[in-house]
Design a binder for this molecule. Structure first.
Ligand SMILES: Cc1cc2nc3c(=O)[nH]c(=O)nc-3n(C[C@H](O)[C@H](O)[C@H](O)COP(=O)(O)OP(=O)(O)OC[C@H]3O[C@@H](n4cnc5c(N)ncnc54)[C@H](O)[C@@H]3O)c2cc1C
Length: 347
């Protein structure tokens, strides 16, 4: 198969780029390793309602997210934040108090973040998009590149790596990338890749009925930070929490941890969920590498100099981590896609 550009990765950045290429007449093919689009965006469905297992929010002041939701006619609503918050100490004592829900004002999308992914994917002819195709090798030729999966070999002028640079490091490059380039890829943490989330499904929003916002902080865990995750209207309702245990502990004690999470929700809200969904991103090789199992705060992102000109510009990085102003976030994925589009247009 021949094309002008191969996009590797069908997360938000890859799909936004596919949309841009389709609109501007660039010939392209997109290959995605998973059986679904979205990458770190993933939404579970329970009784027809949508619950985000990856990103849940975007924020005011993120122009590309605002424009995309508007363009696709998606319904945006504010994070539920009415009521008191609760805090749990290391012994499991829960205190209720007045205070701001920490994510008050954050914006959610009705139908979950996947609604945005689906909207982008639908703008592009289906024959350009290939699911279940993990790229394992990229080689340089006299006049371009060859991108190889176990079922496809695509010749192109350029390849866009719309996936975390650390994940791209697991591919074979022929000729091998320089030590500087490899080091630069390894030095870019994949935002939130080492995290895990529980989504707790309830038939009733017990916390709301008790005058609570659903916001909780805990020193005991397993969840350290909990928020309301219910649909814009109607049920089933939900709260979600980020797990405080490290990736190895989570993997070794999954069942025990889930039991602990149910007990914790009973302590926080006085009600046990009917279902607990665990999404552990550290266990997803198309998102996380062992280097991501521990994470610090939000790093400074952007395209490092060492990755600015690989094989005379034939290999271009394009995931959210390349976003100069909003790197790591959904807005960063759209920013990175826009930058790659500009780069290709203007050289
Ligand atoms: C738990 C969690 C919570 C988050 N919360 C927020 C939030 O509230 N707000 C916010 O703005 N951001 C949040 N983020 C970050 C946000 O999810 C990312 O910024 C965004 O989704 C990145 O999109 P991307 O397309 O750049 O990368 P990805 O979504 O990582 O997409 C990369 C794609 O490449 C594919 N791929 C990987 N390897 C290969 C291969 N070998 N061949 C082919 N394809 C491959 C992957 O399967 C994936 O689909 C969160 C992330 C997580 C994990």
């Amino acid at each position: 198969m021949d094309t002008d550009v191969v996009i590797v990765g069908g997360g938000l950045s890859g799909l936004a780029l596919a949309d841009e290429f389709h609109r501007t007449g660039v010939d392209f093919q997109l290959v995605e390793a998973r059986d679904r689009f979205g990458g770190r965006i993933h939404t579970a469905r329970v009784d027809g309602a949508a619950f985000d297992l990856g990103p849940a929010w975007f924020w005011q002041g993120q122009p590309r997210m605002a424009a995309a939701t508007k363009r696709f006619g998606l319904t945006v609503f504010e994070q539920y934040s009415t009521g008191d918050i609760v805090a749990e100490d290391q012994n499991g004592n829960v205190q209720r108090g007045a205070g701001f829900a920490s994510m008050a004002g954050s914006l959610r999308i009705a139908g979950g973040m996947t609604a945005l992914v689906d909207a982008f994917a639908e703008t592009v002819p289906a024959d350009r998009l290939h699911l279940g195709q993990a790229v394992f090798a990229i080689s340089q030729t006299d006049n371009g590149v060859i991108v190889t999966t176990d079922k496809l070999s695509i010749s192109a002028n350029r390849v866009i790596l719309a996936l975390p640079p650390r994940v791209a490091q697991t591919m074979t490059f022929d000729p091998a990338l320089s030590a500087d380039q490899s080091r630069a890829m390894g030095n870019i943490p994949t935002w939130m890749a080492g995290h895990a989330k529980y989504v707790a499904i309830y038939d009733k929003a017990y916390w709301r009925d008790a005058g609570l916002s659903g916001d909780a902080q805990s020193r005991r865990g397993p969840m350290v930070e909990v928020h309301d995750a219910s649909p814009q209207s109607g049920g089933p309702y939900a709260a979600f929490g980020f797990v405080g245990f490290d990736a190895d502990t989570r993997a070794a004690h999954r069942d025990e941890m889930t039991k602990m999470a149910a007990d914790q929700l009973e302590r926080l809200f006085g009600a046990t969920p009917r279902q607990l969904i665990l999404q552990d991103w550290a266990q997803e090789p198309h998102t996380a590498t062992p280097a991501d199992f521990t994470s610090a705060g939000h790093p400074a992102y952007g395209r490092p100099r060492a990755l600015a000109n690989i094989w005379d510009g034939r290999v271009i990085f394009g995931s959210s981590e390349m976003g100069q102003s909003f790197g790591g976030y959904l807005e960063g994925a759209l920013e990175a896609a826009q930058d790659v589009g500009n780069l290709l247009r203007h050289g």
